[in-house]
Design a protein around this ligand. Structure first.
Ligand code: ZN
Length: 232
């Protein structure tokens, strides 16, 4: 079942390696088929070199394996919370990419410093709070999702306008219209995190770029009168 989606999710996961966002078996990508309510996710602990489409695991939103011989990624409960809370997303990527994770470990949102950021993120890339001892000792992965959802609700953020987030002392979760698009956004986050880090080294007193620049860059790509790129 969902053979085409398994192939798509495999390719999206391999893209993590290609884009230098992961080492070893780190990271994971999933994509949901909203019609059936099922999603496909990377198996746990399988090397990217050996991974095949049939290794991808088909899951339902109750956390039940619907098809697949391997165990799903240990972060599966986090993905489930996102699909349940954010009805407009179709894909989720998780990485510990270096620069973005450094911001997460520092507990800092990535401030909007320039147009590369504004082309993809309408506002700072937020950093969700760290989990409590109780949350970590309990349903850890699920609670990771809930802490991030709490951040989006609290700050009134739309996960398609701010398609990614850091979580304190951990790493990155990115969203997208599908798995592939969430990998793309995870890649943008890493690049923007690197640029922002260097920016602060060069000018420790730097302040955010102007809001009118954010408006221009975000809206020309994503607004209702978008004119960036080619007509589809
Ligand atoms: Zn992680």
């Amino acid at each position: 079942m969902l053979e085409e989606l398994k192939q798509k999710v495999l390719q999206a996961n391999l893209q993590l390696v290609k884009n230098k966002l992961v080492l070893f078996t780190w990271g994971n990508v999933s994509e949901i088929d909203r019609e059936s309510g099922l999603f496909v996710i990377k198996p746990s602990g399988v090397s990217y070199d050996d991974m095949k489409a049939e290794d991808m695991v088909v899951m339902d939103l109750n956390g039940k394996v619907v098809e697949g011989d391997l165990r799903p990624s240990s972060d599966t409960p986090t993905h489930i919370e996102f699909y349940k809370a954010f009805k407009n997303i179709g894909g989720v990527t998780h990485t510990h990419s270096t620069f973005a994770t450094a911001w997460a470990q520092a507990g800092r949102s990535i401030p909007f410093y320039g147009t590369t950021h504004a082309d993809y993120f309408y506002g700072d890339i937020p950093c969700a709070r760290s989990l409590t001892q109780e949350e970590i000792e309990g349903e850890y992965e699920k609670n990771t999702g809930l802490a991030i959802i709490e951040k989006f609700r609290g700050d009134n953020l739309d996960p398609m306008a701010v398609p990614g987030v850091l979580i304190k002392s951990h790493g990155v979760f990115a969203f997208g219209k599908d798995g592939d698009n969430s990998v793309y956004n995870a890649t943008v986050i890493e690049e923007v995190a690197k640029m922002a880090f260097i920016t602060e080294q060069l000018n420790p007193d730097v302040s955010r770029a102007d809001q009118f620049m954010m408006e221009k860059h975000y809206q020309r790509k994503h607004g209702k009168n978008a004119y960036y790129g080619q007509k589809k």
